[in-house]
Structures are given as structure tokens and as C-alpha cells.
Design a protein around this ligand. Structure first.
Ligand code: DSN
Length: 415
């Protein structure tokens, strides 16, 4: 993959682009929220639509010249409706966080109450963290996973809702490896007359393929990222029933965004079209099987997984028992040295800072896109164990780096 026109105009940026292609080819992308989109998605995202303004929605814009972007935005919307079975879809949020912001701005007033999962237990910044606008604007209380099992404690969520009387309950997580019982959380919300926002950011692709129960038709609002397991153009989306369509659309524009990122919406349309093909279901099923295989391999090497395993695309490793002297950050850095790129992550009951942590999170969406199967992922578990068991041993790292390179060469990317 060459960037000749960028090179003619700006060699420094061309160097960085080409180096990034090489980095992605020669490393294992195991950050659970990342994936490798197709070259078709990238071509659409890097297209002439970046030049266009189109405030408004298809058929009702504040500017002229929108006939082609209308076609593309309508395609993205119709394909999303088909993938997730939603009545109404807004594909304009610039990211998953902006999608959540759209729901909050549509349905809440400043000072209203949010009940959501604590970040260190697998939640997300935009669900009410004190350093985020949600923590500034709203009154937030947070639930936690059961410290013994690592699973959501649905009864505790119901009790917390009764006690706190929130205006909205947020479900959907960024480091929770188990299937979510959306209906139970909706019941907890209904019981206190609260809305329920299900943020399926990480699992959009798994839900579309039927590999995870769908929150659509259950939760009042569903938000998602469009570039994680669904592998489409970068950004966010909001799905809801028709009754909330106007409120959501007005909250996105003029409420909180200006011109939509039309080139990204083109990437969303192309990626959603790819996800409607039968091969996508195989991809999503393989992603989950691969995460299970990775988790089993790590457990065989003595690692502890939060909740004891996974139903999704990710595993969350708690290093405290097996490797008390290795922090998540040290493990992340040692693994990056050998070409395994994942992230240090807090674990339930975390005592270290979010920059240090006692865990690592590893996902299989990008490896599966490259063609990895269960055997490959078991082997990746072996490699992770060799490195984390020998943090600081440069000889071991050099050996594992060679093994990682062989795996990358056997599963080429962007040829
Ligand atoms: N940054 C994403 C993740 O890694 O989970 C969430 O926004």
C-alpha cells in the first residue's frame, strides 16, 4: 500500500502512513476495539465526500448539491436498519461517545441522573465518568460487577435503581466479556420509569450476526461504534423506535454537531454492505470462537480471566493472583516489544492507577479479519504467556518476536 500522491506533496506524512501500514502488517492488533477495515471502506472514507457540507438529513439539507451524499447516507441508514432491525437509525454521530451524547442531549436535562457501570469494572468514560462531560453535567451513580464472579449483578442493579431513581440506566460495556441480559436491565429501568440506553459499541458486529443477543427492540435507545466488530467506516450511530426519531435527530443536529462527516458515512455504508454478506456471519462466529480459544490457552498457562472466560470477542486477564509483580502496563509494554499490541486494563476491584493497572484486555476481531483460527489463537495465548512469564528477558522476547513475525507473514494484511 503506497501513498504516492501524499509523498509528492508531504513526504513526512507519507513516511508515517507507510510505516503504519507496515506496523499493522507486522504486529498482532489485539486491542479489542480495533479491527482492519477493507480497502473498499478506506477508499470510501478517503473520498471526495470530505469536501461536502450537508447539514440536515437526506432530502432536507441546509445546502445544495447534496443529491449524491443523500444517496450514500440513505444507503447507510437502510443497511443499518437491515443489519440491526431498528425502526430509526441516525448515522451522523462522529463517534460512539457522540452517539451517547446525542441520546443524553435528546432525553436528559443537566442535573438528571445516570446509573451506569463503573469504568474500572468495564464501563466507558461517556457513561458518567467524573472527568467526562457526563460527570460534569449529570448526577451519576455507578454499579459494579459481582467481585466474586465478575458477572453483572442484575439484582444489585435493580436495587440500585430503586434506591437512586435514575432518569436513565446505561448498559453496554467496553471491557465486559460476558453476554448482557438487556431485558433484565430494561425491566430495572421500567420499574423506576427511567430510559435505558444500551451502548453496544464493542459488539455491533456480533449483534448484527446473531452472535450476541440484540438490545434493539428491547432498550429504548441503542448506540454503537461503526468501526469495531462491524468493520465499517469510523464513527457512531444511534438506533431507536420511531417515537424518538425526531428528538434524536434534532439532538445530533442542530443540538450538538454541525456538518456530518460524509466521507465516514460513505465508509459506514460500504462496511454495512459488506456485513450484509453471508461471510460476515462466519467472521463474527469465528471472532467469538477465537476469543474462547485464546482465553482457554491463557487459562492453561495459569492466567485468571475475569468471569472465568468469555462469550464475546474479548478476554480480560486479571494478573493479580498469577503475576502479582507484573502490572498491566509492564505486560502491555513487554508484549508490544514482541509485536503483540493490546492494552493494560483495570480489573474489578482495581487498586492500581488506570495508567498502571492489574490487567490486560485482549480481543480477536482484527486477528480474525486476518484469517486467524482457534489454533492460531491458542498459539497466541502461548506467546503471551511466554512473554508475561518472562517480562524483562530480552532473549525470550527476541524468540517470541520471530514467532509473531511468522504468524503475521502467514496471515498477510493489505497485500
Ligand atoms: N477506546 C475504546 C475501547 O478501547 O474500548 C472505547 O471507546
Amino acid at each position: 500500500m503506497k501513498y504516492d500522491r501524499v509523498r509528492d506533496s508531504d513526504p513526512e506524512v507519507a513516511d508515517a502512513l507507510e510505516a503504519e501500514v507496515e506496523r499493522q502488517r507486522d504486529t498482532l492488533a489485539m486491542i479489542a476495539s480495533e479491527n482492519h477495515v477493507s480497502e473498499a471502506v478506506m477508499e470510501a472514507q478517503g473520498s471526495v465526500f470530505t469536501n461536502k457540507y450537508a447539514e440536515g438529513y437526506p432530502g432536507s439539507r441546509y445546502y445544495g448539491g447534496c443529491e449524491h451524499i443523500d444517496t450514500v447516507e440513505e444507503l447507510a441508514i437502510e443497511r443499518a436498519k437491515e443489519l440491526w432491525g431498528a425502526d430509526h437509525v441516525n448515522v451522523q454521530p462522529h463517534s460512539g461517545t457522540q452517539a451517547n451524547m446525542g441520546v443524553y442531549f435528546a432525553m436528559l436535562e443537566p442535573g438528571d441522573k445516570i446509573l451506569s457501570l463503573d469504568l474500572t469494572h468495564g464501563g466507558h468514560l461517556s457513561h458518567g465518568h467524573h472527568a467526562n462531560f457526563t460527570g460534569e453535567l449529570y448526577e451519576v451513580e455507578q454499579y459494579e460487577v459481582d467481585p466474586e464472579t465478575g458477572y453483572l449483578d442484575y439484582e444489585a442493579i435493580q436495587d440500585h435503581a430503586e434506591e437512586f431513581d435514575p432518569d436513565i440506566i446505561v448498559s453496554g460495556y467496553s471491557a465486559y466479556p460476558r453476554a448482557v441480559e438487556w431485558e433484565t436491565i430494561q425491566e430495572a429501568a421500567d420499574a423506576v420509569d427511567a430510559y435505558h440506553l444500551a451502548d453496544m459499541a464493542h459488539i455491533t458486529g456480533l449483534v448484527a450476526a446473531g452472535e450476541h443477543p440484540s438490545p434493539v427492540g428491547v432498550a429504548d435507545f441503542v448506540t454503537g461504534s461503526t468501526h469495531k466488530t462491524i468493520r465499517a467506516g469510523r464513527g457512531g450511530m444511534i438506533l431507536c423506535d420511531e417515537e424518538y426519531a425526531d428528538a434524536i435527530d434534532s439532538a445530533v443536529i442542530p443540538g450538538m454537531q454541525g456538518g456530518p462527516l460524509l466521507h465516514n458515512i460513505a465508509g459506514k455504508a460500504v462496511g454495512f454492505g459488506e456485513a450484509l454478506q453471508p461471510e460476515f456471519e462466519e467472521y463474527a462466529a469465528q471472532t467469538v470462537k477465537n476469543a474462547e480459544a485464546l482465553g482457554e490457552s491463557l487459562q492453561e498457562h495459569g492466567f485468571e480471566l475475569v468471569s472465568g472466560g468469555t462469550d464475546t470477542h474479548l478476554v480480560l486477564v486479571d494478573l493479580r493472583e498469577s503475576h502479582p509483580d507484573v502490572t498491566g502496563k509492564e505486560a502491555e509494554e513487554a508484549l508490544e516489544d514482541v509485536g503483540i499490541v493490546l492494552n493494560a486494563n483495570t480489573v474489578p476491584g482495581e487498586t492500581r492507577s488506570p495508567f498502571v493497572t492489574s490487567g490486560i484486555r485482549a480481543g480477536t476481531p482484527a486477528l480474525t479479519t486476518r484469517g486467524f483460527d482457534e489454533e492460531d489463537c491458542r498459539y497466541v495465548g502461548d506467546l503471551i504467556a511466554r512473554v508475561v512469564n518472562n517480562v524483562g528477558d530480552e532473549d525470550v522476547k527476541a524468540e517470541v518476536a520471530e514467532d509473531v513475525q511468522e504468524l503475521c507473514d502467514a496471515n498477510p494484511l493489505y497485500e
